[in-house]
Design a protein around this ligand. Structure first.
Ligand code: PEP
Ligand code: MG
Length: 479
């Protein structure tokens, strides 16, 4: 009834708030039922469909709820709303399960007990496939399993190009438990630990300094001496904190959350919590190699306030006689303003990491979580490629470490182009590392640099890159 009232609202923003009400209702029901989790866990699999793999089809799934997917009975999911780089999709990718987001009508069209094919590669969902279609997809599934098994063999092979350039392949993780997977997949470190996931599903009780420290330490120890880059909390936009967890509701009523109080802006507005997190991260540095990464910086005032907060956190630990080591401090390049004033950031930070998910969103003014404009969310846009290339060049020229940690890093369609732009470090979901490594092993960076330069000047870089690759393949075949 309430949902219908929301559906009838004229204002699109208010209409979309239906999802918030639905989430609250779900949580209330869960609390009333005193269930630990919103989603059935593996041990209950038999109650939910016996041997058949289960798929969850929903209008929307919040990133916080996606976390509960880990270890649940579902082997795939489909949502009506969301974009490829929404955090819901990102968590699904990190779990390495088939998912299609932004399928618009799926929750209306799919019925309980329907059979579904989820083709996460192409974003296709087939409801009750015919035997021929089912057989075709079973064949593709077998092929892709074989391919993955082959790729898996590359996991301990050094990641070096044909012309001898070492390429660093790092992992993106959401929770400390993911570090083991990163190591198994052959990652040489964690390039992005999205620490905000520790703050979700907390029913109003955010993790204190000790709990955070234990989580960071667990990740650091699991990586056995390899570097772990911990990003300070990037809350806001499509990753709201629990309603109860923030004291001031102003955080949740932003008219345009992607442009509102998120990431470092949020941290600087909660200085005590920010320092608490920084102390926890610094304390973890006594147990391994830790780097700190600051999301969404764009202003000089933010840089100075961040570095000051870090210095205060260090001083507090010194005063208390608590051990910590030197940590490198890096900035995410996610806002065009940061890319365009890179020398300022390079002056203050030890390294930079390009967050292409947000850089694309903010360069093109496309909400990354909105499927209505998903077709315009284009990593190949010349403005996006121009900014990425300029950041890589400037960082390399200044001798500062630069990597890409957005979804482009794990997309093999971009590996060669990024190498051609001069990138030597990429951070991605562990499950993507072997496929990217295979591309690296076949690459010649000198040749790719020439191709990349030509493509960057082109008005249709995607087409130009495709043609250049085809010409290059023909030359190799005829040689
Ligand atoms: C990005 O924006 O590219 C990024 C890696 O951060 P997130 O996806 O968590 O916003
Ligand atoms: Mg981001």
């Amino acid at each position: 009834m309430l949902a219908r009232q929301f559906d009838e609202m004229e204002d699109e923003y208010l209409r979309e708030r239906k999802a918030d009400i639905e989430q609250v209702a779900e949580r209330i029901l869960r609390a009333l039922a005193k269930q630990e989790s919103l989603l059935p866990q593996v041990s209950h699999a038999r109650d939910f469909g016996g041997e058949d793999p289960l798929v969850l089809v929903a209008n929307d799934i919040a990133p916080a709820d996606m976390l509960q997917f880990k270890g649940s009975v579902f082997t795939g999911f489909v949502t009506d709303v969301g974009g490829r780089t929404s955090h819901t999709a990102i968590v699904a990718r990190s779990m390495d399960i088939p998912a299609v987001v932004g399928a618009r009508e799926a929750s209306r069209l799919v019925r309980q007990d329907d059979w579904l094919i989820i083709d996460g590669d192409t974003g296709v969902v087939v409801i009750n496939p015919t035997p021929i279609v089912l057989e075709e997809y079973r064949f593709r599934q077998r092929q892709s399993e074989l391919e993955r098994a082959k790729l898996h063999r590359l996991r301990h092979m050094p990641s070096v190009t044909l012309d001898g350039q070492a390429i660093e392949l790092l992992a993106n993780i959401e929770l400390p438990g993911d570090a083991a997977n990163a190591l198994k997949a052959g990652a040489v470190g964690v390039g992005l630990f999205r620490s905000e996931f520790l703050f979700m599903n907390r029913d109003g009780q955010l993790p204190d300094e000790d709990e955070q420290f234990e989580a960071y330490r667990a990740a650091v120890e699991a990586m056995r001496g390899l570097p772990v880059t911990i990003r300070t909390i990037d809350i806001g936009a499509d990753k709201p904190l629990d309603r109860m967890a923030v004291h001031e509701l102003r955080h949740e009523h932003a008219l345009n959350p992607a442009l509102g109080l998120r990431a470092i802006r949020w941290s600087l507005s909660e200085p005590a919590m920010f320092r608490q997190q920084l102390r926890a991260i610094l304390r973890a540095s006594a147990h391994g190699k830790v780097k700190v990464l600051i999301p969404m910086v764009a202003h000089r005032s933010e840089i100075l306030a961040t570095l000051e907060a870090l210095e205060r956190a260090r001083q507090q630990l010194r005063d208390a006689g608590v051990a910590f080591n030197r940590v490198e401090v890096g900035a995410m390049i996610e806002v065009p303003a940061a890319a365009l004033t890179l020398p300022l950031l390079l002056k203050h930070f030890d390294f930079v990491s390009i967050g292409t998910n947000d850089l694309i969103q903010y360069t093109l003014a496309i909400d990354r979580a909105d499927e209505a404009v998903a077709h315009l969310y284009d990593p190949w846009h010349p403005a996006v490629l121009g900014l990425i290339s300029a950041v890589i060049n400037a960082a390399n020229a200044a001798g500062k470490h630069v990597s890409v940690c957005g979804e482009m890093a794990g997309d093999i369609g971009f590996t060669e182009l990024l190498l051609g732009m001069g990138l030597r470090s990429l951070s991605m979901h562990p499950s993507q590392i072997s496929a990217v490594k295979q591309r690296v092993l076949r690459s010649d960076t000198t040749r790719l640099a020439k191709l990349a330069q030509a493509v960057l000047l082109h008005e249709d870089p995607a087409q130009a890159w495709l043609s250049a690759q085809e010409r290059s393949a023909q030359r190799t075949t005829s040689a």
